[in-house]
Design a protein around this ligand. Structure first.
Ligand code: HEC
Length: 229
């Protein structure tokens, strides 16, 4: 009799602990601002999505905090998720749909360049995965890898082309082709700008500095002669 009593007591305590633990670490709901570490196969908000929004949409006259065109601000997670995104449902999300529009509904508007098909697909995947605030997905960067096609151009596509492509690229610097990137690499302006060296304009403009790992990749590629590899 006493034994049964002890077993039941132990069970109740165990269940209480399990429940308490569940309560302590709630799974953040879709759209929750709580940052969570990105899973291995998930799109990473911090590294892959935020820079696309910042460089293509959060521009002066468009969707930066001062302009707020149509109430949309695309400068950080909380603002990005506020409007036009249905977590888990890209095709029902206006922010995703306008990327495929034509004419006056199309975003970004000319003379700003279109997003690439890869960038559109990435945003769609991120929304379908729950539009989560995934951060610290550090495994995506590796300083031993610094090939132009696989690493450098991918980085530039994500962080720079929103301003440095299309018919009127910022500073007349077009980074959408290898020769455009090579020119600023060879002149020292690429490393100067991304490492925020004195006397260069800090890049990416109006966004966080690239990570130490990313700057190292660019520096190594430039130091190896900035090859088209
Ligand atoms: C939001 C727009 C924007 C983004 C994003 C951006 N740039 Fe720029 N960039 C500019 C503008 C505008 C200039 C002209 C100088 C200025 O106004 O600061 C410029 C100038 C430069 C220069 C010349 C700097 C100098 O002092 O000679 C380089 C190099 C450059 N950008 C590289 C980059 C790279 C690489 C990235 C991505 C990592 C990037 N930019 C992202 C807007 C942007």
């Amino acid at each position: 009799m006493k034994k049964t009593y002890h077993i039941v007591t132990a069970l109740i305590i165990a269940l209480t602990i399990i429940n308490a633990c569940k309560h302590e670490i709630p799974e953040p709901a879709a759209g929750s601002p709580t940052p969570i570490p990105g899973g291995a196969n998930e799109v990473c908000f911090q590294n892959q999505i935020l820079p696309i929004f910042q460089s293509n949409c959060a521009k002066s006259g468009c969707h930066d905090a001062a302009s707020q065109n149509k109430g949309y601000v695309f400068d950080n997670y909380v603002n990005i998720i506020k409007k036009g995104i249905s977590p888990g449902n890209a095709t029902n999300s206006d922010v995703y749909k306008v990327l495929f529009e034509t004419g006056s509904k199309k975003m970004p508007r000319p003379p700003n360049p279109d997003l690439t098909p890869e960038q559109k697909a990435l945003i769609g995947r991120w929304i379908n995965e729950g539009a989560k605030n995934t951060i610290n997905c550090g495994s995506l960067c590796d300083t031993t890898k610094f090939k132009y096609s696989a690493d450098i151009s991918v980085l530039i596509n994500t962080y720079c082309l929103g301003c440095h492509a299309g018919i009127a690229p910022s500073g007349s610097i077009n980074l959408s082709t290898y020769s455009g990137v090579f020119t600023v690499a060879a002149s020292g302006r690429l490393v100067g700008a991304v490492s925020h060296a004195p006397s260069y304009s800090p890049m990416p403009k109006n966004a966080a500095k690239l990570s130490v790992c990313q700057i190292t990749q660019i520096r190594k590629w430039v130091n190896s002669g900035a090859p088209n590899n």
